[in-house]
Design a protein around this ligand. Structure first.
Ligand code: HAM
Length: 633
């Protein structure tokens, strides 16, 4: 019997493993994203790249783990994220791999660890005490056993070894703002043209209780704007400019949601001032006094927060605390003049961009680095975890991480939640295979040529279905029909000898045209491109009509366009008379091309150019019935 891959060398160990077969499952709070859903993820990400690009953002891809201290310092020790939710591990330095269980090896190893402590490669804290205890244990071997440690001693040594911190403490990133700031400093981005605008997308990790819309590995799409203060910059005179940046960042995320067709989007904004006695610090003192007075009526979490982070009490969702919180002092009444002015300007700037918002004085956000503007966006269909985006301003964070005084504002979208919301508003329809053509051969001799044909069509961007070699032609055609493929290219021996391929149109069309024809081999690529264009156009207009783009009703593209016009679904752009006529010409040419009619070279080129322009224009159009999500096409 053939053995399986790399396990084969394990011999009996492999057989033992096979004997007790074990099934694995994704770890709690993590999940596999599968097709066709991943298609929606890709389209969402593509749209983010497009929209963020138009606002001048470039992509950054920071690593997935960072020093624990980076997050502890940025996000704050008293936050839930740092206090309870981080996946943290010690990255043991390779040189300190466990010793062998021999006496002399232990002694050498303890000495090595000690050297690392002295050289500052691993922390002194805790390690020194443990090393002392280890030395004492090893010394007792010396005395009692002449060098051969006993089992109990070994156990004790092992326990001690496990308590040593033999490397850096690392953490899987719970968010990316801290990483972006670290990278900004590390790469000297203060010297880049300012402000620096970066976006990112990827997985984040928080050990939260999993539920709908809350995962332990989740995905964010985020963006940050960073600007290092130049000499003479800063203070009250920067207020209008900062407010403009805040409003533009919010406008960008709202534009992104609008382009996706996300419905029920609600933006909430607030200002939490800045850390000064005459602003947030003074307010927090007043809040604390007020909270102490009602302490007994609060739940244990809020009681604890009075000491650790009083602002977070405002975040409480506990029903019985709501009335109490409503009576607490409000930060808006305690902002300093600059912060007040900045908040007013942000609202004005949002207004002039047509961005609708609600003010929420309780919006304090769960991370410590924020100051002034904070915002959150909710969407429909998400239950209790309905925040689909959170963000705010964080001037000073870069400095806290060892950089120059720098301003910052950004947001992160919970991509999992965004997808859930899109799926909620437009439940995904069954997505049929999207093959444009089937390519097969009439016999074994021509199979190789069929493979070549498929490969060149794929290079043109066509989705090609190839049945298994040796499948009888009838079976292959049946299978293509089931998959709603319209065009079969069959490589037959005698036709090939005559420099032609057989093309069969698999379903009757409204448009006239022969079912079978032959196309010269040198027209294959042009034929493929025209066929693909026609398929793409049809899918798109079906989507516009609210139909499943994959559906196949035997109705031709021309008829569908007429219905589009009658239903007034066709975007204004196309209703201009000349364009309407061009569109009709286009459909005619594509249909004739599909049925193998010879067209002049000029008209084919014209069809390709105009067709692709039309497609691009339709792409920009809201399509209520696209297969996955609202306006996602
Ligand atoms: P955040 O509010 O902690 O902010 O997270 C932003 C978004 O990530 C949330 O609104 C939510 O949609 C999503 N999210 C958070 N935790 C989970 C989870 N366990 N499962 C699914 N989705 C989740 C930040 O992370 C900041 N770094 C945002 C920022 C960027 N502020 C300034 N710049």
């Amino acid at each position: 019997m053939e053995r399986v891959g790399g396990l084969s060398g394990a011999g009996t160990a492999f057989q033992e493993l096979m004997a007790e077969k074990k099934k694995f499952q994704a770890i709690k709070g993590t999940r596999d994203l599968l097709p066709p859903e991943t298609e929606l993820w890709n389209r969402v990400e593509q749209m983010a790249r497009e929209v963020f690009g138009t606002f001048g953002f470039g992509e950054i891809r920071p690593p997935i783990f960072e020093p624990t201290e980076l997050f502890a310092r940025s996000i704050g020790m008293d936050t839930d994220v740092v206090g309870k939710e981080m996946y943290t591990f010690t990255d043991r330095l390779r040189e300190l791999d466990w010793p062998k269980w021999t006496f002399s090896d232990f002694k050498r190893w303890i000495h090595l660890v000690d050297t690392f402590v002295q050289e500052g490669k691993i922390p002194r804290f805790r390690n020194e005490d443990i090393l002392d205890q280890m030395r004492a244990t090893v010394a007792s071997f010396d005395r009692d056993l002449n060098g051969a440690p006993e089992t109990d001693d070994l156990r004790e040594l092992r326990d001690l070894m496990e308590q040593l911190i033999l490397g850096d403490s690392l953490t899987l990133r719970p968010e990316a703002t801290a990483s972006v700031c670290r990278a900004y400093i590390e790469h000297g981005m203060h010297a880049w043209p300012q402000p620096v605008k970066l976006y990112y997308m990827g997985p984040m990790f928080r050990r939260e209780r999993p539920q709908k819309g809350r995962y332990r590995q989740f995905y964010q799409i985020g963006a940050e704007v960073l600007e290092t203060l130049q000499p003479g910059q800063g203070g009250a005179k920067d207020v209008p400019k900062d407010a403009t940046v805040d409003a533009e960042v919010i406008e960008m995320v709202m534009t992104f949601f609008a382009r996706l067709g996300l419905e029920g989007v609600q933006l909430e904004i607030n200002s939490i001032g800045h850390a000064a006695e005459n602003c947030r610090r003074g307010y927090v003192q007043k809040l604390k006094v007020a909270l102490e007075k009602v302490k007994e009526q609060l739940g244990p979490d809020s009681q604890r927060r009075i000491e650790t982070n009083p602002l977070r009490v405002l975040d409480s969702k506990l029903e019985r605390e709501q009335a109490i919180i409503a009576g607490l002092p409000k930060i808006a009444d305690h902002l300093c003049d600059d912060c007040k002015q900045q908040y007013a300007e942000v609202k004005r700037q949002l207004g002039l961009r047509g961005v609708k918002y609600q003010e929420n004085w309780r919006l304090v956000r769960g991370l410590d680095y924020y100051m002034r503007t904070t915002f959150e966006i909710t969407a429909r269909g998400l239950g209790s975890q309905n925040a689909v985006c959170g963000g705010g301003r964080y001037d000073g964070l870069v400095e806290l991480l060892g950089g120059l005084p720098t301003k910052g504002i950004g947001f992160a979208i919970g991509e999992d939640r965004l997808i859930l919301s899109l799926q909620h508003q437009q439940p995904s329809r069954e997505v049929g295979p999207r093959a444009d053509v089937m390519v097969t051969s009439s016999g074994e001799q021509t199979w190789q040529e069929a493979v070549r044909v498929a490969s060149s069509l794929r290079q043109q961007g066509l989705v090609v279905y190839m049945p298994n070699p040796g499948t009888r032609l009838n079976k292959a055609l049946e299978s293509a029909n089931r998959q709603k493929i319209r065009i079969a290219i069959i490589v037959g021996e005698s036709e090939m000898a005559a420099g032609k391929y057989v093309v069969r149109i698999l379903r009757p069309f409204e448009e006239e045209g022969p079912r079978d024809q032959q196309i010269p081999t040198n027209r294959l690529l042009l034929y493929g491109r025209l066929a693909k264009l026609r398929n793409d156009l049809e899918r798109k207009v079906r989507g516009l009509l609210g139909e499943n783009p994959q559906s196949f009703k035997g109705e031709g593209l021309g008829m569908i366009l007429q219905r589009l016009e009658a239903d007034k679904v066709l975007p204004n752009f196309f209703l201009r008379t000349t364009l309407k006529e061009e569109l009709r010409d286009l459909v005619q040419i594509l249909n004739r091309a599909l049925h193998g009619s010879y067209l002049t070279e000029g008209s084919e080129e014209w069809a390709l150019v105009v067709g692709n322009l039309v497609l691009a224009e339709l792409d920009r159009t809201k399509t209520p019935g696209s297969e996955d999500a609202g306006a996602l096409q």
